[in-house]
Design a protein. Structure first.
Length: 364
């Protein structure tokens, strides 16, 4: 079986070249061809000898997820559906905004966390993505702007691990991919431009500080445990108090003045009251944070609704009066089901969640 070089770190690639009796410096050359220029054909890597090109064709490959579908929204958002084998499909989304273009990357096929407001969790769960399949999404998105790439011009300026899946349940592959995103010999993104969003796996947040200092975003969505237990079932294991304590430890370990982004889905008459806003402000008092409000994006099978603009504005102003930087995320890509919470892909569900849902509906 050929070695897929796409997901390798620089050290892993150096080890690979040593294993085929080539000097380690070849790793940097090939690494840059793959990640900075987007080249997958070894015979196009012009600073390699013909003998080495032939050897690499025999021993290795650069294999990214296969594009099955690509569509642009009327607002400029672009969605890809990617095949990762065995009928499993994942989705990723590129959101352009001025000089910035943010890529929303998936970490799993489906999701086992099953937040009640998210379409991905309703698909069940198949498997974790590999490092190559995660970094391959960045590679595919960059290549969509044409080859060969100009590394000085970054078409993808920001990456958020906010697509399908809970990133910290795929800890090793996700952190390896994020480190590739920040590697100066690869994509060269700064730690402030690579963000991991988590629903709150406390032990993994503590472990995260040991391997990266990328930006951290918390999917909070409720100001108390009773409500969060309903919206984010993981809260029953790691309640809000433990989660916010872990966030404090992570920020302190990074040794800078960063603010943690708190994501809060606004669901009509569920978690969007003025009292909810005041309570949210109260529990975040000791956390250097900014708050990103996300109006709920509908998807088939959900009974939740988006709040009115007045309710959204009232919630935002209540937090601003408490001194929080508070923004409302503009809904992007809704016409192609690419908005936050709408990604579904295709999942060979090993949890049989869909079957249970159908059975439950038939019995009611």
């Amino acid at each position: 079986m050929k070695e897929n070089l796409l997901g390798m770190s620089m050290k892993e690639m150096q080890d690979f070249f040593v294993s085929i009796n080539e000097p380690p410096y070849r790793a940097k050359q090939v690494f840059q061809w793959i990640h900075q220029k987007g080249i997958s054909n070894f015979d196009q890597m012009t600073n390699l000898s013909k003998v080495l090109q032939t050897l690499l064709i025999e021993k290795a490959e650069v294999k990214a997820p296969e594009i099955l579908y690509e569509k642009d929204s009327k607002d400029g958002t672009r969605k890809w559906v990617l095949s990762v084998g065995n009928g499993d499909l994942v989705e990723m989304v590129l959101i352009p905004e001025g000089k910035r273009a943010t890529l929303c990357v998936s970490s799993q096929v489906g999701c086992a966390v099953d937040c009640s407001f998210c379409a991905t969790g309703k698909q069940g769960f198949s498997r974790n993505l590999t490092t190559a399949e995660i970094i391959g999404q960045v590679w595919v998105a960059e290549n969509s702007f044409g080859l060969p790439r100009d590394h000085a011009k970054k078409n993808v300026t920001n990456v958020v691990m906010m697509g399908m899946g809970e990133p910290l349940l795929n800890f090793v592959a996700v952190t390896e991919a994020m480190n590739l995103m920040m590697d100066d010999n690869a994509y060269g993104l700064s730690k402030r431009k690579v963000t991991l969003s988590t629903s709150g796996l406390v032990p993994m947040i503590d472990k995260l500080a040991e391997v990266t200092d990328a930006a951290l975003t918390i999917s909070l969505h409720a100001p108390n445990n009773t409500l969060r237990n309903e919206l984010v079932p993981l809260n029953r294991k790691y309640p809000i108090e433990e989660l916010l304590a872990a966030v404090t430890r992570y920020v302190e370990s990074c040794g800078d003045q960063r603010k943690t982004t708190i994501e809060y889905i606004l669901i009509n008459k569920v978690n969007d009251s003025l009292e909810n806003a005041k309570n949210l402000g109260a529990i975040l008092k000791k956390i250097p944070s900014k708050i990103n409000l996300i109006p709920f994006n509908p998807f088939p099978g959900s009974n939740y609704k988006r709040p009115s603009n007045m309710r959204i504005e009232t919630f935002k102003k209540a937090l601003q009066r408490e001194g929080y930087i508070t923004t409302v995320r503009t809904t992007r890509g809704e016409d192609i089901m690419a908005a936050c919470g709408q990604l579904v892909g295709k999942v060979n569900d090993i949890t049989r969640k869909k079957e249970r849902q159908i059975l439950t509906k038939s019995l009611n």
